[in-house]
Design a protein around this ligand. Structure first.
Ligand code: NAD
Length: 353
């Protein structure tokens, strides 16, 4: 019998090629009069275009963003917003820029208009991960959720094929974890299925032809759905492990997700057969974990922690760190189990489970 809680997210979504032009109308809707524009350094040209639109209410801008939101940098961003008397934030870029927008929402309560240019999905979650003293601390609060998201696939045309692949696999990981999450609600499960299908179809097209706007649009659509799933479910082994590897060992976010996803899936496969069946159906692959591994290989994404700069002698410590706090997961999480998972990921072994 069905038993669930479903809470629709209040974020307004505007999607379509050229929708960057909607910024003035969306800022007016939010009622902001003094906006700080936070953007990824690589999005300087898009930020110029945005700031050049009439009535965006932008009174200042900053590209001082960094992956995993280091606390000291976030404090500097809060100080800038305070000095500018900002009453709103536009976060333009990947998950890093959006993370800094969330730091402003956390400290100052500013509403965020997010304009993502990768497939990370942070724009539709209430999650903020910040790093201090070599550890990533994650919090969830309703006020962290951006109020409006503009998805303009034209802004993703510049995302290099390799980053598109890893960022897309980061999105796929949200959908995969959503399928076996505790208490996943039926809408989130449908979103996860649709995200897997959209991403599995579009990512090979994007990597083969990065200027294919239709494929880019489909990938961004999949990223929205996948991010929505992450925003609706508790995180499990895959995300916790990636946070340890990113936050404590400095490994790059999307690449870590790409490498870990098949192995976390293999780890959970025996305990989550229904989720595996849905992944198999969406990917059209004979097995879930191996299918995800093969997809990563075909996209040219990294498959070995070794190639991301992880030291083999740190694997044991990573396994210990990832088991320090209890969290829900289909398969029991043990240091020995994680050590073996990390060993497979370090060497890039194709999962056979
Ligand atoms: P990122 O934002 O750091 O961007 C990666 C690189 O891509 C950067 O060099 C950036 O300048 C460049 N880039 C971004 N968009 C581009 C484009 N369209 N064209 C060319 N270059 C572009 O990386 P990310 O993977 O998007 O985000 C990672 C961060 O987001 C991490 O800190 C992670 O913790 C966080 N994140 C948070 C959530 C959440 O729900 N809180 C979800 C996913 C990721």
């Amino acid at each position: 019998m069905r038993r669930f809680v479903h809470e629709p997210a209040p974020t307004r979504i505007v999607m379509g090629p050229g929708s960057l032009a909607m910024v003035p109308a969306e800022i007016a809707r939010l009622g902001c009069a003094r906006v700080l524009l936070v953007h990824t350094p690589s999005q300087g040209a898009a930020a110029d275009r945005l700031a050049g639109l009439p009535d965006t209410q932008v009174v200042g801008r900053s590209d001082q963003v960094a992956m995993h939101v280091p606390v000291e940098r976030a404090k500097a961003m809060v100080a800038l917003a305070t000095q500018l008397q900002a009453d709103g934030c536009i976060a333009l870029g990947g998950g890093s820029a959006i993370g800094f927008g969330k730091a402003l929402a956390l400290e100052l309560g500013l509403p965020i208009l997010a304009i993502p240019t990768t497939y990370a999905g942070s724009e539709v979650t209430d999650i903020l991960g910040m790093t201090a003293q070599g550890a990533k601390v994650t919090r969830r609060e309703p006020r962290l959720r951006p109020r409006t998201v503009i998805y303009d696939p034209e802004l993703t045309l510049s995302l290099p094929a390799k980053l598109s692949a890893t960022s897309g696999l980061n999105a796929l990981a949200h959908a995969v974890e959503g399928l076996y999450a505790a208490d996943v609600d039926p809408i989130a499960a449908l979103e996860a299925d649709a995200a897997l299908q959209a991403l599995a179809t579009s990512l090979p097209q994007v990597v083969a032809a990065p200027q294919d706007l239709a494929a880019r649009s489909e990938a961004l659509y999949g990223a929205w759905l996948a991010g929505s799933v992450l925003g609706a479910v508790p995180m499990a082994l895959h995300h916790k492990l990636c946070h340890v590897l990113g936050g404590s060992f400095g490994l790059p976010h999307a690449e870590v997700h790409s490498v870990i996803l098949p192995h976390a899936t293999a780890y959970n496969a025996p305990a989550a057969p229904a989720a595996m069946a849905r992944i198999v159906a969406a990917l059209g692959a004979p097995a879930a974990a191996a299918g995800l591994f093969d997809l990563a290989v075909s996209l040219g994404a990294p498959t070995r922690l070794a190639e991301l700069g992880m030291a083999e002698h740190d694997l044991g410590r990573a396994a210990e760190l990832a088991t320090q706090n209890a969290y829900g997961n289909p398969a029991p999480v043990t240091p020995a189990g994680l050590r073996s998972l990390l060993d497979d990921a370090f060497h890039g072994r194709r999962p056979t489970a």
